[in-house]
Design a protein around this ligand. Sequence first.
Ligand code: 9MR
Length: 558
Amino acid sequence: MKVVEKQHQVNAEILDRVGFSQVGFAAQGPKILVVQDAGATSFCVYSSLGCVVCNGELGEAKCWEADTGASRALDFSCVTQAGEYVIEIPSYGIRLPVRVEQAPWVDLSVALLKGFYFQRASMELKEEHAGAFARQAGHPDSSVLIHASAASESRPEGTVISAPKGWYDAGDYNKYMVNSGISVWTLLSIYENFPAYAKTLALNIPESRGPLPDLLAEVKWNLDWMQCMQDPLDGGVYHKLTNLRFDAMVMPEECKNARYAVMKSTAASFHFAATMAQASRIYQPFDAVFATQCIQMARQAFVWGMENPQRPYRQPEDVRTGRYDDEQLEDELQWAAFELFISTGEEEFERIARSAQTGDYGIPVWQRVGSLGLISMALRRNDLWSRNILLGLADQLLERQSRNAYRVSMTMEDFVWGSNGMAANQGVVLLVAYQLTNKVAYLEASVHMMDYLVGCNPLRMCFITGQGLQSPLHPHHRISEADAVIAPVPGLLVGGPNPGRQDARNCPEYPSSAPALAYQDHLFSYASNEIAINWSAPVAYLAAGLSTYYLGNKSIGS
Ligand code: 9MR
């Protein structure tokens, strides 16, 4: 049996009592720890030589409705030099070693992007790239059946198409267009907004040292699959490539169930159009032929979506896998139209985008993508209208951070299935606001969201497998469960606290039902402990963006 050593020695007692970034702190960044309230008192920070560096008082006790009891923040931003420190709260009996460095998220950004490689379908992962997580190829997807719901004159039910490659969506082995769309957009946006940093990312994947930067090579693995999901005859895009039922908890190579392309949908076609349009401008300097293909396919999918604006996904009776169904489709339309406008400069796309009845622009999630178009428009086209909406959103997030000791923007409503993805996307919106304004408050607020995901939370968990001091060991992830390695596949973000308990039938009671504590590190806790590409992508964006700023390619706030 292959065993991967745990990287760190865990001091369980301290970990349980202190919420803090388990990957470290940025010398120029905000630095907070959170402890359960046991009265106002002072703290002291010591250098590795035992000298007092600074001291202060814990912040006021705050109750957060998502948590139980009151907590206090300890703000040690007085430390501004890289090094090893010990933080002492004498009257709480706490001595905690912490590490401060220039940008503590660099390795994390690599691990998170490598996590996408570990999700690849249709290929063998070789030991030279995957180490202990090497595995055989599975799901070749070279013989995919057109499902009855997707049948057309030229492709009747049972027609065989080939749609290999792509990333497995999550803990399951299916590939869904909608969730691929938002994930690809987020990863490509890392490249668009932080190109210099993105080019330095060395992922050790089979395409490394090839013509494409590693990040773009990894994303292309999924774009290649997406392209196979378009019906060339009419431009419509299939909603998903899936089994009829979820596979057992076995390795990819053991899965022999038939695979189907299911129903063309409006949402799938617009997700496809948006991301292919974005890809066309990004891959242009590297591969003009591919870029041209992307924009042509984006146009065809867009036309299909415009002609079929009300084809929400309807799960056929014989299909039991993920739905990603959504009834509101104007936000998808607007996003696709904006991306096409940015890439082609054709005003007709802009006109269509601006006349869409999108309604509420919230934090991006797979079923609410209007803000993705706004982010592209604000950053690529200096669009004032988009900028104002985004800054309005970011200001709300900022305001919420003053309400709890953790300084997170999460409200009770945000603790849904995939709450960690929500937290990560809040961080992305804050980081975009910083890019637009250079207001340091947004940057620091985005650090707080990152801190939350890597340990500064009521559960004291780093929610990314294989990272930090205390991370999920039993994610709902077939490969992690079925391989011979004790440790889970690294670099994957779990869904996180979710009081919804949609897994109640399969998974024992969680230790707590408080929204921020409703989590269990259990294989069958798919409503709180599954991993998914749309959750990993925004935290990868945060890790890369924060690294860029704190590595000081330009000075903060300038
Ligand atoms: O992330 C999805 C969440 O928003 C939905 O509430 C949930 C139930 O429909 O499905 C989640 O997505 C899952 C998908 O349907 C299948 N693959 C695993 C995904 C993550 O749990």
